[in-house]
Design a protein around this ligand. Structure first.
Ligand code: PLP
Length: 264
């Protein structure tokens, strides 16, 4: 029989009606890692592989009710935070995390979708910096998100390392800075894992595809690996491998060329 009390991961994030990113990608990733997945919907998007057509943000009292219901019944080892949409939602989520104190918080600082749609209000950056960065076990920004967080451009590998220093100085405990957007990126995508004592790089061959939901999947896979007891650098390594394999097996369910990841 399976473990009757598996560890659980909770995603607090946005829903993607197209099933490629957001809560839907998170739950598929948790299931693929044999972790019981819970969800609290912080935002709902009307979306397909070509873009976001509408966003609805439920009120924060209802969001808090979802989070409290999950913590009241399940042994939650890790929480993944994704699209939080507004500063008000960020404050509500930070209050809930401070109240429930899960062992691990994986923060994907979702700001803008690959399609260009804004997924976080422009005035919510300060709330993200001051309320959520200090609560996160690890933050997983891509380069555009890291640039907004530190307030300057990142155009080289050296500047990626300087950005890691800046984010650690801002109160991050650890981060995985994703290098996929680097202009002189070369044949490999190189991500940097950094905390206050160690630093390592994670490298994969660059795949020439336009994909949807990679960031959501990576942060959920890290949360799932943490549920299984991995150390943080190992969780990042394993999660990165998972995303790479899911991309290799990716498929195109919509009318566009955008690839959705394979979690089967
Ligand atoms: N929609 C939702 C609800 C998301 O949370 C995200 C990313 O985190 C996206 C869309 C964007 O995904 P991508 O940039 O991979 O297309």
């Amino acid at each position: 029989m399976n473990d009757p009390r598996p560890s659980c991961a909770l995603t607090i994030a946005g829903s993607d009606s197209g099933g490629g990113a957001g809560i839907q990608a998170d739950l598929k990733t948790f299931a693929a890692h044999r972790v019981h997945g819970l969800s609290a919907l912080a935002a709902l998007t009307a979306q397909h592989t070509r873009g976001v057509t509408a966003v609805h943000v439920p009120d924060t009292a209802f969001l808090r009710a979802q989070i409290d219901a999950c913590f009241d019944d399940f042994a939650i080892t890790a929480v993944k935070l994704g699209m939080l949409a507004t500063g008000e939602v960020i404050h509500a989520v930070a209050d809930a995390i401070e109240h429930h104190r899960p062992a691990h918080v994986v923060l994907d600082p979702v700001m803008v979708a690959t399609s260009g749609a804004r997924l976080l209000a422009a005035d919510a950056l300060d709330a993200l910096r001051h309320r959520l960065l200090p609560l996160a076990t690890i933050v997983t920004p891509n380069l555009p998100e890291a640039e907004l967080l530190i307030g300057r451009a990142i155009g080289s590998r050296d500047q990626m390392h300087e950005a890691c220093d800046a984010l650690l100085a801002m109160g991050c405990r650890a981060l995985m800075l994703k290098g996929g957007h680097l202009a002189d990126g070369g044949d490999d995508v190189i991500d940097v894992f950094a905390d206050h004592v160690t630093r390592s790089t994670i490298r994969h061959p660059r795949l020439a595809v336009e994909a949807h939901g990679t960031g959501c999947t990576l942060s959920s896979a890290i949360a799932a690996r943490l549920c299984h007891g991995d150390a943080l650098p190992d969780a990042c390594d394993a999660a990165s491998g998972y995303v790479h394999r899911a991309l290799l097996g990716g498929y195109r369910p919509g009318r566009s060329d955008v690839l959705v990841l394979d979690h089967f």
